[in-house]
Design a protein around this ligand. Sequence first.
Ligand code: ACO
Length: 402
Amino acid sequence: VIDIRKLYAETGMFTYDPGFTSTASCESQITYIDGDKGTLLYRGYPIDQLADHSNFIEVCYLLMKGNLPSKDELETFDWTIRRHSMLHDQFDQFFRGFRRDAHPMAIMVGTVGALSAFYHDSTDVNDPAARTIASHRMIAKMPTIAARAFKYAVGQPFISPRNDMDYAANFLRMCFAVPAEDYESNAVLAKAMDKIFILHADHEQNASTSTVRLAGSSGANPFACIAAGIASLWGPAHGGANEAALNMLNEIGSVDKIPEYVRKAKDKSDPFRLMGFGHRVYKNYDPRAKVMRDTCHEVLDVLGVRNDPTLQVAMELERIALEDPYFVEKKLYPNIDFYSGITLKAMGFPTEMFTVLFALARTVGWIAQWSEMIEDPTQKIGRPRQLFTGATPRDYLDLSKR
Ligand code: ACO
């Protein structure tokens, strides 16, 4: 590792690294990825162990504080998150300003950014207590906001959070309960939702997290920073990939069409790529994809749709691609998005909601990364350099002479 800051101070040299493929922008103790081995650790704990044995609230504590909580610490944290889940009454009216057909991510960007207008007491980034309460508020309110974005799009009344329910179960209820009808929580689906949240909770310096850090480096308030992260996550190469993967599986439609799409993906004159395959960092099986594949089977089993044709196409496509020299040589494996779209669709979420769920889960990662940056005494405002390739100096020419 070369300390470019030192090199720059001594020689004036700096690096040209579009897409930051080989430049570390910070030191971090939160998440470790070994892309060649397919390892993902949150604060040292393997992602599959956390998905199997922990729950999202405990993982939130772990990511934010650095260690697993004691029983008392977990109870206190859980209670704190539950009691912040309501939204200010005025905030509900804010939703009604959007068109009904607004993309729920547009609603998320707008409403989360607007939180700073409602919770003035937690916008001072220099006050540790204010930072903590802002963090708790965002983790707690994100399911309520996301569920409202969903309800608003389908034209149903908002459902208030129930603080006697677990985080994921409560979220599913706020999305799928209909007033005047009984809502029965399904433990398998709630567990699957919780796992999906754990799998998406953090992934070190990806585009949206780097966006949050960059926005935060100027001292912007935490709600604005998380809104910036949501905006960055929206893109199809990032959070939107599971929607794209599901659309592609639907387009393939049947197992016999797979070879045609595999051929297209390998053809360099065709921009088509197999969505849900490949990753900037993982050059091995994405460890989250394994958990996601098992979760997908559990969800489809409990819903009695194991023979779902999209799942059949996905499994066969995975099998064919993993045996194809093109994908093997380029180390292109299914990523987390490959199975998450099928799972979420089966659970009843429309595709536009997929990235919203990702944002909900990633909020804690963004917060942990933002806090780490704010607490770092060496932190500076983010200011990438550029290689200027534009015009050399020239004199302004009057309009009559152009
Ligand atoms: N299908 C076919 N070929 C692919 C694919 C794919 N999905 N992904 C990469 N390749 C090929 C490229 O054409 C390139 O080939 P070349 O060396 O012959 O030019 C080679 O593999 C390397 O690809 P890059 O784009 O340089 O790799 P990079 O690390 O920049 O891209 C990315 C990673 C963006 C994820 C890419 O694999 C991709 O577009 N995948 C599909 C979209 C997707 O699933 N995104 C989700 C990412 S995970 C997340 O955000 C949670």
